[in-house]
Design a protein around this ligand. Sequence first.
Ligand code: PLP
Length: 501
Amino acid sequence: MKQKIAWEPWGKYIEEIVKHGRRRRRICGIDMVDLAEEYGTPLYVLFQPVIEENYRRYQVLGSIYDHYLVCYAVKANTTFALINILAECGAGADVASEYELWFALDAGVPAEKIRANGNCKSERFLAECVQRGIIVNIDPEDELYLISDIARELGKEAKINLRLSGFPLENITAANIFTSGKWSKFGIDLSRVRDVLRKLTQLNYINLQGLMVHLGSQITRLNAYTQVLGMLIKLAEEAISLGFDIKEIDLGGGFGISYLARERWEQIKAQIKADQDFTWGNEPIGYEYDFASRGLIWQGEELYSCFTPDSFLNDLLSGVYSSNPAKSFKQGLEEIGSPLFVLEPGRGIVGNAGLTIFRVGHVGTTSGGENIVHVDGGVNLHGQNIIIPEQLHRMEIANNLGQGEPFNTFVAGNLCYTGDLLVRIKTTLERTPEKGDYLIFYDTGAYSDFFASNANSFPRPAKVMITRDRRPRLVVKREEYADIFSRDMDWGKEPQSLPPH
Ligand SMILES: Cc1ncc(COP(=O)(O)O)c(C=O)c1O
């Protein structure tokens, strides 16, 4: 017997099955309990059909403005198989270090489809880019001189975009992941653009391709994008008037996804504000006190987006200038010579194409009487929660679904500090979990293992890809004892030969 669950965005991939008299979760034809038992927990699971479907949604650009390139932000989930799948679909890559660059090249991304980002790139990274003709998003301004020297030494021109920031935007996402306002370590301030363009005319080995911005991450509203796209097009017009050929406009990534249904998320935010007893430490997680209005205002990440990538892009490019409602951004781009329109989505491609399975170790109460479920992985395997404490995921018990009374709880990881909490806002499970149950955290495809470490000497988890033909394939192996300590040199034994003094 199986029953379809109408759950977005997993909707069509997810079903319940009955095995040994118990209702269990099956996704893309694979029983999540069998998977956890075979590969162990914690376990990251990625879904090729969802990755490909998400990527395809960006192809809507083809029918609106067909000179575009989607560069997957490799940092969001740095897995060879995943990058290879996307490269075969035609994606490029946004890389943030020479290591991500080499990995993306090895996984099959062509150099001309790679964009290099970072606010403190090494000389080696820049030299690799110049050698291979990879476009570098210059950040900060001084990097221009560094790359110019490298290019002159190599006798090759450096292709660059200017990465801009200092935009008049506020509260477009949580502060830690907002990368384009006044309080940002990234980019060249907007007020400097004209001076920088003038300087460029004197740097012989630099070939300006275009302008770039990355607004931030998990942005769920369109207005910041429309405002910034309008400003980039205007700056491009100025650059053209100074004699530059603007070949690309790179709008970065940041497109938000839904972690929770809208009503649920609104309810949670209201409850944090109203109910002292709803969050860990009774903190108003996600809110900050505003002295002007003498009240709490939401400053955190939004966990619901009304957009899918295709509806978002449709609305963005068909959007019109506030100063001229008769003109769309698509027309604006055409008027500056139809530059390549580059996007760098990470979360929008993989966020909801992955989940994490943990195993329940204990279920108990804190000294303060709160329910707490202890699982076999820490917050380091779930990095979003380190940056954004309000990050919440849909959760469920994979085995023995929904039999019992709803259970409100916090969820703790297995690391040796109190801040190691996977869920700091009380969440409801469909029944009281028991030791040995498997807990699924949905939508953990992006930035979950970003901070993954061997904290407390635990191994980093395995990753399994559920393939297009609905088979599990191990794509990253779980670390073993020897892997965890592989960097330690042999201190205990006499060295074979002593180096000369
Ligand atoms: C330069 C750049 N591009 C793209 C991205 C991807 O952002 P997102 O995963 O929110 O789409 C990031 C993320 O930090 C970034 O720094």
